[in-house]
Every structure is written in C-alpha cells, then in structure tokens.
Design a protein around this ligand. Structure first.
Ligand SMILES: [Zn+2]
Length: 340
C-alpha cells in the first residue's frame, strides 16, 4: 500500500509499504480522509513529538492521527465494530496511508459515524471534540462576552460550538493574525474580529465591550471579558505578546476564566500580577471525554454544525507534501485534508 513517510523537517515522501497486519484488539481501516493537525505541523517544521505522532514501519514513520474510513478487518477480541462500519477517530499516527491498523479503546478513540456525514467532515471529529471540551470548560453563560485567540481548527470549532449552546452570549470576539481565518470566524458567527498584527486586541476589545474599575485597585480597570479561550499558546516566530498574557490582562476580576488549549513552543515569561489580583481562573484543556465526543457527533450528525465549511483544501495522498505546505500557509488554509 501507499503511505506518506516523514523523514525530517520539510522532507516527506510517498512510499510503498507493507500492508499492515492487525492484532486481536485492532481493526484495519481503509482510510478515506485524514486531516493535518497543528501538532503534525510542529513535527513537519520542527521535528517535535514525531514518535508520538507517527506509526513506525520498516520504511519509516507515517503521520496522520485524525481520520475517517471504512472498517475492512476486525481483530478476534474486538466486539464494538464490524467490517463495513464507517468510523472516525484518532490514533498514534498512520493515517496518511491507504490502510491503518487501529488499536480499539472502546468509547475513546474510534466512533461510528452517521450515514450522511461525509468522510472529510467526520475526520474533523477529534479536533471538534477538543473544541467542545474546551468550550464547556469555560462555562460560558447568558449575556457573557467571550474572546477566542486563534482562528485555527480548534478556535473555529469553539465558535461553532458556542453558537449551538443553549445560551445567548453578548459578544463572541475572535483574534488572529490571518485575515482569511478571521473572515472564516465571521462566517461561522463571530460578532467581532480583530487582526492582532494591526490592532491591539485589548484596546479594541475595551471599545467593543467596555471596561470596569477593579475592586482591588479602583484606579485601574479591566475589560468586560468573561471567558478567554487561548487557542494560540506560544509560537516562536510571532512578535505579539503571548495570548495567555493578554488574556490575564483582559478578563474580569473574580469571575474571569481562561481556558488554554494552545501549545507552547518554549517556556515564556508571564507577568502574573493581574492573575493574582483579579483572582483569575486559568484552566488547561487537552483532548476530550466520551461526553464531548457524543456532543460533537450529535452537533455534526444533526447538521447544526457544518465542518465542511472549515475544510479549505483536499489533496490526494500522492500530494501529501503539497498538502502539508498548504497547511503551513495560514493565510490560505484552515483545515487541509488528505484523501488516501
Ligand atoms: Zn491532532
């Protein structure tokens, strides 16, 4: 079978590799779609976490962990799936290939998908479940103002999820440095968008939602922001202050929540004065629980959330390299899908 093999940064080739054998607890998947994840880009550009993100074969390492496809073989101990099931899920790599063996952890890494959900949309189930998980952690409530830093796949998924919760938010504000991605955020329901490469987010956010004096230091004020989702983390090449620092500076005193999903490319200095004085809650978010998957599948399967909108490009497996280069081009792409 054909597979994309990652060698070193910016070096990936298509090779013929052996057809995978499956163990008793595994299924074999005929991969139909596999998305390129932000963590795959960390590998592609910097060789970070490569072993965790790839399936090792005699010919080298195959990345790709956000996939969908058809079950074509079932190991003796697997009871939850049958040949012919359409599934979506997440693995430790191997998805950028025609076939991929998946060790089944029932309820955690492989899920049957509704009949009319496309393979491309279904392959975004894992990042969307991450978005659902992060969204709920922030406990957004009626009338609140929310900021999302980063209009990538997770941030946009948070916007999609926020729009379908049973609450009426006051403002959803999305901050990014790509006009293309900000336009996408607007299309998905953001009330305001801010390009941080041209505009100071905090100053603009104070204009949009106003500010309130601090109880602790009456001469100082803070923006009226209830929840911030940090889907940026820290990216070495960006000159803007870290989103987490901006978030600490802008959330409300006492009740402000920050949910951090973005990854940090290196250790960063933070001024924590406002974190302490305003008594801000900072919550990490990573992955998902079974309930998040159920909610994500329900929102996608019912058509309330249309994930095809954020898939900007699809490439055949033979052009995996071009697909990765396109995913690196944040101005032109949001989610790039490889269709083996
Ligand atoms: Zn991922």
């Amino acid at each position: 079978m054909k597979a994309a093999i990652f060698h070193k940064p910016f070096d990936m080739t298509i090779e013929a590799v052996e057809m995978p054998e499956i163990g008793d607890g595994e299924i074999l998947l005929n991969v139909k779609a596999c998305g390129i994840c932000g963590s795959d880009l960390h590998m592609y550009k910097l060789d970070l976490h490569t072993d965790k993100l790839c399936r090792k074969t005699g010919k080298g390492r195959i990345p790709g962990h956000e996939f969908s496809g058809d079950v074509v073989k079932v190991g003796a101990n697997v009871q939850e799936f049958q040949v012919g099931d359409r599934v979506a899920g997440v693995t430790n790599g191997g998805g950028f290939a025609e076939y991929n063996p998946v060790l089944v952890y029932p309820g955690f890494n492989l899920f049957k998908i509704p009949p009319d959900l496309s393979y491309e949309a279904a392959a975004t189930l894992e990042p969307f479940a991450n978005s659902v998980h992060a969204t709920l952690k922030g406990k957004p409530a009626n009338g609140e103002n929310v900021v999302v830093f980063g209009a990538g796949i997770i941030g946009l998924g948070i916007v999609q999820c926020l729009k379908e919760l049973d609450i009426q938010l006051n403002k959803i504000i999305v901050v990014d440095v790509s006009d293309g991605r900000l336009k996408m955020a607007e299309k998905l329901g953001a009330d305001e968008i801010i390009n941080a490469s041209r505009t100071s987010p905090e100053a603009r956010i104070r204009e949009i939602v106003g500010s309130s004096p601090l109880m602790t230091y009456a001469e100082e004020s803070t923006a009226n922001i209830d929840v911030v989702y940090d889907c940026v983390g820290y990216i070495r090449e960006r000159p803007e202050p870290a989103a987490l620092q901006q978030a600490i500076n802008m959330v409300r005193e006492f009740t402000g929540r920050i949910v951090v999903h973005g990854l940090f490319e290196e250790t960063i200095p933070l001024d924590l004065s406002y974190f302490v004085v305003k008594q801000v809650a900072v919550l990490g978010s990573f992955g998902f629980f079974p309930d998040d998957i159920a909610m994500a599948l329900d929102l996608m399967g019912s058509g309330k959330v249309d994930r095809r909108q954020i898939i900007t490009h699809t490439f055949p497996l033979d052009q995996a390299r071009e697909a990765f280069d396109m995913q690196c081009d944040v101005d032109s792409s949001v989610k790039v899908m490889i269709m083996p």
